[in-house]
Design a protein around this ligand. Sequence first.
Ligand code: GLU
Ligand code: ZN
Length: 494
Amino acid sequence: MSSVASAPVRVRFCPSPTGNPHVGLVRTALFNWAFAKHHQGTLVFRIEDTDAARDSEESYDQLLDSLRWLGFDWDEGPEVGGPHAPYRQSQRMDIYKDVARKLQDAGRAYHCYCSTAELDARRDAARAAGKPSGYDGHCRDLSAEQIDAYKAEGRSPIVRFRMPDETITFTDLVRGELTFTAENVPDYGIVRANGAPLYTLVNPVDDALMEITHVLRGEDLLSSTPRQIALYKALIDLGIAKEIPSFGHLPYVMGEGNKKLSKRDPESSLNLYRERGFLPEGLLNYLSLLGWSLSGDRDVFSMDEMVAAFEISDVNPNPARFDLKKCEAINADHIRLLDVKDFTERCAPWLRAPFAPWAPEDFDEAKWQAVAPHAQTRLKVLSEITDNVDFLFLAEPVEDEASWTKAMKEGSDALLRTAREKLESADWTSPESLKEAVLAAGETHGLKLGKAQAPVRVAVTGRTIGLPLFESLEILGKEKTLARIDAALAKLAA
Ligand code: GLU
Ligand code: ZN
């Protein structure tokens, strides 16, 4: 048992469906999921889709698809239901209107009639005078006459939450004790002038109604926490909430140039990793290291191991750096760990259109099964499989000019002719024999194996780098190998 939680743990993951899922969002989902599992708690998945202008059904579908692909499961939420359904905020509008009403009736929120221009002007003046520049409480206690006058002008008010004039202190699960003074947390809007409830209201209201015990989320939301704690207190007074949850703010993720990785950075898009053929377990393993580590600093581990070890108090509050190279290296390790059958199955999408350049009927299952174990020891990401095996399924090797220029030197034709001769009489049931043939050809021309095999590789596969050459030749077969060397000799002669 951990010190963090004795009562049943209820955490939530509550993204807004506003575009492609990004790695920051996945990291938040992962830490909540691992925390819930570690404490045998409940993970609530809620969709924060109250921003009709930015949310879309397509993003919602994509989000669910991505989370399923990553292998997450949740105990309550879309597709699985639960005692607090519905779990899409767009379907809970009546609840929020009701709560906003109750807050106003209790004097904990009020109508604010200030126009944007008025707010801006007063904020600028406060700044110029060196005073706190947040909302100044102008409409906190308007008289009935003032309200009538504003209404007569045709103004429609927003609803503002009345912050208590007190310092708010809480113990962040990651950052320790944090204190916010009242002047830094002004009254804030909870319902728009058009009646639409805002994130500032619906997020804590749902956390309260869904009896969330721990809020784990990104550091970017830290400034909303004192406001939410104050709102929570009001909800408790109104009998709507039971207890204020604990909060833990996960560190920022930094990208290139030590800038915060933004949703808009291409390398933050989850789809990119999926399309490049990252394994979900490789990607999650890497993302878990953004602010956390397994004891002994072991980099490669399973999600079961993470769940067993995950303590929120071990999360490091300092910004974490997203390192694509390391992400790839960890993914490569997970590729090695697959059993070969699993590996071949996971490569399947990249062995057909639109990725594969060969015609479907030219794909040869036996050759694929033979080459797969060699590929499994080489790939960083699964999408690399296509280029690595295309020499087996294309009628002719790809034309890669750079590889050709690099490998075909003065004397390459003579080398290739000798290699062809030796290969012709080699034992084609053993890669060792093929290696000896090329080694012998090299010796004839005073070349070491590395130099001797480069023109052979480019003649046969089209590229200077690829899978182990002699295994590749064996799998391609004698006839095709010799024909390709002939074609390269013809090209060299021309
Ligand atoms: N919907 C919010 C977001 O995506 C959730 C914030 C939270 O976890 O409280 O930023
Ligand atoms: Zn106002």
